[in-house]
Ligand binder design. Structure first.
Ligand code: MSP
Length: 547
């Protein structure tokens, strides 16, 4: 858990959430994808000096969880406790996720407030009793419209299938409570119009607009055929629909109805990160619920695309056995965090493959980044005994690096911090790394050293050559100082290693405290910093696996 910037007390936190995940099974690559993205985003904002609140958690009610627990012969609560403690929380720790809170929908701090919220809506006349019959997908925990169902084949011949899960839907007929969602269509459209950035990316916004324009149905918000859920406060025979329960986590976790000060300092969320499969819940139902209760609406719902395997959405059943830990064992945690955001445009679908990961690891991480760091460390140790020299002979070649850094920093800040274009922001930093490599290749410090070091080639080292050598190594080390700052949100451990090997901490303080806005301020790393060779940042991959 990360501390928030205490200097920012009193202002509203930049509040980011992930979906709360179903705990019917252990987390897979798809879940980790959204959670890592949120972590990078929040770390970026922390390094902007903002107060930040990053929330994740688990969605524990509903039929899906209940059936899974039954199949394993345990109670739903036992099942959830086990999965949360043994699978979900440990993975987030392993992936260095710095969430500020972890909400579970079975916690009393959540269930009490959910009841109050729904009771409020009931008292306001937003909820009524009615009947509904329709096809229901337990995987989605959602009624489907007949038009969107697929025709089953093979073992499912003659059955109608959920378009997402490709499993048969069930016909459900229930006497339920309904939320008057249909009345919110025009208000929502007005809201989207006034807030064009509310749903992103553009494709997601278009999907939501056309869905709402078709007209909304009222929403069944209770269930009476099973009891694993939060009781409807005025009717003991019903539990609250799992999606209403789940969406409210974003409010209950930050003190809604319980801690006014915390709520005021956090609410509303600035960014809800969601997969595109759950876009409508967040961009239609959720704002309508908040409107109905008079609460301020979130700033943005950003829908990420799907990680695909073999052309299908990655899910429990088609994971081809790859677990996040399999990849981190092979590539390391930081490379894992980096890869999915670097290789796939956030907001679009993307495929994962061992080959692509291996290729990018080797070319961008090991060759471009890792080699640069180790060359600079090794040469500073060799030629200057690890005492970082000053740069007395800076000229046009150095100015290219200074300008390149300013550009990379501004690009990365806008793309990652504002636009959630992680791939573009990371690419800007890696383009800069390439520039620094090119600079070294062109300046050939190893050749300059021959003229600079007494007795190496000439009898006496030339002062001009010494000044050049010092300038080249200072420039490269200072560039790496900034790279460590800019990559810290993405690769916290590796950047820390680099920070340590540059001897930056004694003069500049802890890496996590470095501000993005100061990253491009040239000359922050002082001459005299103790540079060491440091460990190899990206070791050669063992046992190159390909699938
Ligand atoms: N419990 C609901 C969410 C409630 S939020 C109030 C749910 N849970 S889930 O376990 O199915 O997780 C859904 C989220 O996991 C997706 O929205 C997405 O963020 C992430 N992903 C799951 N599979 C994914 C991929 N294959 N690719 C990308 N993200 C995926 O729905």
């Amino acid at each position: 858990m990360a501390a928030t910037g205490e200097e920012q007390q009193g202002t509203k936190a930049f509040y980011v959430s992930t979906p709360i995940y179903y705990v019917n099974d252990a987390p897979h690559l798809g879940h980790a994808y959204t959670t890592v993205a949120g972590d990078v985003l929040t770390r970026w904002h922390r390094q902007r000096g903002e107060k930040v609140w990053y929330l994740t958690g688990t969605d524990e009610h509903g039929q899906k969880i209940m059936r899974t627990a039954e199949a394993h012969g345990v109670t739903p609560q036992e099942w959830c406790d086990k999965l949360v403690e043994e699978a979900w929380k440990p993975l987030w720790e392993h992936l260095e996720i710095a969430n500020d809170d972890f909400i579970r929908t079975t916690e009393k701090r959540h269930t009490d407030r959910v009841q109050e919220f729904v009771q409020d809506l009931y008292d306001k006349g937003e909820i009524y009793r009615g009947g509904y019959e329709g096809p229901y997908c337990v995987g989605c925990e959602e009624y489907k419209t007949p038009g969107e169902l697929l025709d089953g084949e093979g073992e499912y011949a003659g059955l109608k299938l959920c378009p997402i899960h490709k499993t048969p839907v069930e016909m459900l007929k229930e006497e339920n409570y309904f939320f008057k969602l249909s009345e919110y269509g025009p208000k929502l459209l007005e809201f989207y119009e006034a807030n064009p950035g509310f749903v992103q990316p553009e494709s997601a916004r278009n999907e939501v607009l056309s869905f709402v324009r078709q007209g909304l149905n009222d929403l069944s918000i209770s269930r009476s055929t099973f009891d694993w859920g939060v009781r409807v406060p005025w009717d003991d025979n019903h539990v609250i629909y799992v999606w209403i329960d789940a969406l409210l986590n974003y409010a209950t976790a930050v003190g809604y109805g319980a801690d006014e000060q915390k709520f005021a300092g956090t609410w509303p969320a600035d960014v809800h990160l969601v997969g595109k499969d759950i876009l409508r819940f967040h961009a239609v139902i959720w704002p309508a619920m908040l409107m109905a209760n008079g609460l301020p609406l979130p700033g943005k719902v950003f829908a990420n695309g799907w990680l695909m395997v073999g052309g299908e959405k990655m899910s429990k059943s088609n994971l081809t056995g790859i677990k996040p830990q399999d990849l981190t064992d092979h590539f390391g945690v930081d490379a894992y965090r980096w890869y999915f955001l670097r290789a796939i445009q956030y907001g679009q679908d993307g495929s994962f493959s061992w080959e692509d990961f291996t290729h990018r690891y080797t070319s961008e991480l090991a060759n471009d980044f890792g080699n640069l760091a180790s060359r600079v460390g090794a040469m500073t140790v060799k030629y200057f005994d690890g005492d970082l020299p000053a740069a007395p002979a800076a000229g046009p070649a150095e100015q290219v690096i200074v300008d390149g850094l300013a550009h990379a920093t501004a690009e990365a800040d806008r793309r990652i911090g504002d636009e959630l274009d992680f791939a573009g922001g990371i690419a800007a930093v890696f383009d800069f790394i390439k520039k620094v490599n090119l600079y070294l290749t062109e300046q050939e410090p190893w050749k300059v050293a021959k003229a600079a070091i007494p007795g190496a080639a000439d009898a006496a080292g030339s002062p001009e050559a010494q000044a050049r050598l010092a300038t080249i190594l200072y420039t490269a080390a200072e560039a790496l100082r900034a790279v460590a700052v800019l990559l810290h949100p993405v690769m916290p451990a590796t950047s820390q290693q680099l920070w340590t090997s540059l001897g930056a901490e004694p003069a500049l303080g802890p890496l996590a405290d470095q501000r993005i806005a100061e990253a491009a301020e040239w000359g922050r790393l002082p001459a005299g910093a103790r540079v060491t060779k440091g460990a190899i940042l990206f070791p050669r991959l063992e046992d190159p696996k390909t699938d």
